[in-house]
Design a protein around this ligand. Structure first.
Ligand SMILES: [Zn+2]
Length: 168
């Protein structure tokens, strides 16, 4: 029962860190400021997004109890445990489309050539990196530097956990 690859999310501010993780994996994920629950639900319904929240009130809404809208009540305190719960519940693929979405604004990144970013990245980056992506909205440039490597390592850890579970 893998697949479900085109899942989209809306993340409540009480589990805000999940937004970054899901974007790292390549899932279209909105961050909700937590002010107006009804607006979050309306957006989720209109755009077909799964709600992630720690708010039990939201889980009692009829639109959710009836199954019309999918929501997951997040249990753990640790972002990593929370992420595992989401991955396990929805059977998400950790290697879905890693590093294709801007971590800040949830926009699809666009590939850039080395020449195009010459004046936009630090010289040491330019010398050592060949692949670049740019966010069309905030114009942040992404490359596979140390930050990228650290995140990949964490993602792999979550994947390994997944594999181990499957073996038993
Ligand atoms: Zn951006």
């Amino acid at each position: 029962m893998r697949l479900i690859n085109n899942l989209k999310f809306i993340v409540d501010n009480n589990v805000g860190k999940l937004a970054k993780w899901l974007r790292i994996m390549g899932y279209d994920t909105l961050f909700f400021d937590g002010i107006n629950d009804s607006r979050m639900i309306a957006t989720a319904l209109a755009e077909g997004r799964v709600i992630l929240t720690r708010d039990t009130q939201i889980m009692r809404r009829r639109v959710i109890t009836s199954g019309q809208l999918k929501a997951i009540l997040i249990k753990g305190d640790e972002p990593e445990l929370q992420m595992r719960q989401v991955i396990d519940t929805l059977n998400l693929d950790c290697r879905f489309r890693p590093f294709t979405i801007c971590l800040e604004c949830n926009q699809l990144l666009v590939e850039r050539s080395k020449r195009q970013v010459k004046d936009l990245v630090p010289p040491y980056v330019f010398q050592t990196q060949n692949q670049y992506m740019e966010c069309p909205t905030c114009h942040r440039i992404y490359w596979r530097g140390t930050h990228w490597q650290a995140m990949t390592k964490k993602l792999n850890k979550l994947t390994q956990y997944q594999r181990k579970e499957e073996e038993f």
